[in-house]
Design a protein around this ligand. Structure first.
Ligand code: SF4
Ligand code: SF4
Length: 640
């Protein structure tokens, strides 16, 4: 059984923020969980998946975040407690349903967990999902520690049920992926029976009811606001009349507390830590704003608290509040982008209070890098050894060169986003959001009438194809867009940890499910489709080149499984080595084609001999380098 299922109330365990969220859901009696893989939120679903049999949970990876929210929403409408987890951009995808299910409401506790990514470590934007809570007008909780992540998630179910309204819990990368001590509570074994009764209908309204439901939403949020005034998740620490008040939420609270302590400012600086950040606890804020002359907002990504508290302060003027001086991102005391840390808060505090501190010496970072570098060799972003995407991008590069015209190649979200980088030979030229590769290609593919004569190629992975490309492919067929869409099918959702998808042949829980083939979907839409293995380099290049010259929408599937999936890792691999007698060393293309151009991490250089060699531990035996070596110096020795 997964570690979050330990039935020992009172035991203290080291859990990641995501595991703590999942544990909180278990303690609340969650019965249905759904999501789409995406960092930093995937492990919430995975942790619940691990205990799904023992706790009789239904857990699924859905085709996209919109469907995930709808699946959980349906279960919640029948009275079951349900949770959906997704990364920040996933909330964009599901926002249509979010903006209506807030009105239709819920019967069972319904919780949306969002994983934001300050500094965009593993996503394409720093989108701040707190703005969605405000836009949809739904309660928002922001934990600061794993313990709080567990407690808040559990409470979010209760609150949701009490209000009849979906609740959001917002985590960020540092919380989701760091570990902390969590005291376990009592697990719920309650299993409810789903009941869907009408009337009233489960709807966001029509012209008749829309305003009525909107008004009901306002009433629910008023109740939430009243509850938040006394929530134990909001707390103040510091003197009664602070010279400076820090208003903060999430992990930024821990940076703030540490910075205040390091500077010895506990007697003059107060910290108002908010755990319930939408709707804001107005009276609590009024009480503290009245007592402070200066306020510093410490929060990550958008100035969400900063803007909303400033608006409240303006309203409080009618109650006699003399607005304090506000500092934060707007004033430049804290950076407007990227993650915060204790050092940044120390600097801001020192600037505002005049208390000096010794910043880390400027060479600290470079020295740390030097020391770490002694143990961990530097590595640029690259496809893994044996990755089929390397072969696919090589094939595309070669065929586009044959074609002669400069092409437009639109990319998408997944491992193959690295097609923009040298590891993908910089074949891709665009990157936005899920499905935008083929969607924008539809646009490029209609510009011929205005004199645009470049071939248009879009690239997506298999999981992305199911997630967001199908409507655009239908659009391409319907409107006769001139584009070649390439699906890099590695039979898994690679970048987020090898979760299955509709083409994998299994569900999240490992149940067999007939694979939905990309080519069958394309045929159903009436689009020409071909499938080939990118490691068959010559055939794949010829197929791509020929399809490039055709007109109208067409799809080429480059299919080869990711070598890191469990089933592939179990297979015996051929031994691949360099016959250094034949290797032409630095006479080779770009002074060593395999290690410098092809860029497989297993193609390395033997400095003692001035010849190529292969790291046989890393090599997966894909044979791509052997096919491309101009001297025929790389030998693939099949297993006997
Ligand atoms: S591609 Fe072949 S010839 Fe060139 S460096 Fe590598 S092994 Fe040697
Ligand atoms: S065969 Fe060549 S390209 Fe494939 S994994 Fe091994 S070293 Fe890399």
């Amino acid at each position: 059984m997964g570690r979050i299922g330990v039935d020992q109330p009172g035991r203290r365990m080291l859990l990641s923020g995501n595991e703590a969220i999942a544990r909180g859901a278990l303690e609340a009696g969650v019965q249905v969980c759904s999501g789409y893989p995406g960092n930093p939120a995937s492990e919430v679903v995975e942790a619940l998946l691990e205990v799904s049999r023992d706790f009789d949970l239904y857990v699924e990876w859905s085709t996209n975040e919109m469907v995930a929210l709808e699946v959980a929403g349906a279960a919640a409408a029948t009275g079951l407690r349900s949770l959906t987890a997704m990364k920040n951009l996933g909330v964009d995808v599901c926002s249509d349903f979010l903006m209506t299910v807030n009105l239709s409401g819920t019967k069972g506790g319904f919780v949306l967990v969002t994983g934001d990514d300050p500094a965009a470590h593993s996503t394409t934007t720093e989108l701040d999902t707190r703005n969605y809570a405000r836009m949809a007008d739904v309660p928002l909780l922001e934990p600061s520690t794993p313990q709080e992540a567990k407690e808040m998630t559990k409470w979010a179910f209760e609150l949701s049920e009490e209000l009849g309204l979906i609740c959001m819990v917002r985590s960020v990368t540092r919380l989701s992926h760091s570990r902390g001590v969590v005291e376990l509570g009592v697990l719920s074994r309650e299993r409810r029976k789903p009941e869907f009764t009408a009337p009233p209908p489960w709807t966001s309204g029509s012209s008749t009811f829309a305003c009525m439901f909107h008004d009901m939403l306002h009433q629910k949020m008023k109740t939430a606001s009243e509850k938040f005034e006394t929530s134990p998740f909001n707390k103040y620490e510091g003197p009664e009349h602070p010279n400076l008040l820090l208003i903060t939420s999430g992990p930024s609270y821990t940076y703030s507390a540490e910075a205040v302590e390091l500077l010895g400012l506990q007697d003059s600086v107060g910290i108002l830590k908010l755990g319930t950040t939408w709707p804001l606890p107005e009276e609590l804020l009024f009480k503290h704003l009245r007592l402070a002359q200066e306020v510093l907002f410490v929060e990550e990504i958008d100035p969400f608290l900063e803007q909303n508290v400033k608006m409240l302060a303006a309203e409080f003027a009618s109650r006699g509040l003399k607005p304090p001086k506000f500092y934060g991102k707007k004033s430049g005391h804290l950076p407007a982008v990227g993650e915060l840390n204790t050092e940044l808060v120390l600097r801001a505090l020192s600037g505002l209070t005049g208390v000096s501190y010794s910043p880390r010496p400027s060479e600290y970072a470079s020295r740390a890098e030097e020391l770490v570098g002694g143990y961990v060799p530097g590595r640029s972003m690259a496809f893994c050894p044996g990755c089929p995407h390397r072969a696919s991008f090589w094939v595309m590069k070669r065929a586009l060169k044959w074609e002669g015209r400069e092409a437009v190649v639109t990319g998408d979200i997944g491992c193959y986003s690295m097609g923009l980088l040298p590891t993908g030979f910089s074949v891709e030229q665009t990157l936005h959001c899920m499905g935008a590769g083929i969607g924008t290609a539809c646009g490029f593919g209609k510009l011929e009438r205005f004199g645009f004569d470049k071939p248009v190629v879009s690239v997506s992975g298999d999981s992305t194809f199911y997630h967001a490309c199908i409507p655009a492919l239908i659009n391409a067929k319907w409107n006769s867009s001139n584009l070649l869409h390439v699906v890099l099918d590695n039979s898994t959702t690679g970048m987020t940890g090898h979760q299955p998808h509709p083409g994998s042949g299994i569900t999240a829980s490992g149940e067999p499910s007939p694979p939905i083939r990309v080519e069958e979907l394309c045929k159903g839409i009436g689009v020409e489709v071909k499938v080939c293995d990118p490691f068959e380099v010559d055939e794949a290049t010829k197929t791509f080149y020929e399809m490039l010259k055709e007109r109208g929408p067409r799809v080429l599937v480059f299919r080869h499984p990711c070598p890191l999936t469990e089933s592939e890792k179990k297979k015996r691999k051929p031994r691949v080595y360099v016959d250094q007698e034949k290797c032409i060393g630095e006479e080779c293309g770009c002074m060593a084609f395999c290690s410098r151009v092809l860029g497989c991490p297993a193609n390395i250089w033997d400095y003692s001999k001035g010849k190529a060699k292969i790291d046989e531990v890393l090599c997966t035996g894909c044979g791509l380098c052997a096919k491309l070596c101009p001297a025929g110096a790389i030998v693939v020795e099949e297993e006997k």
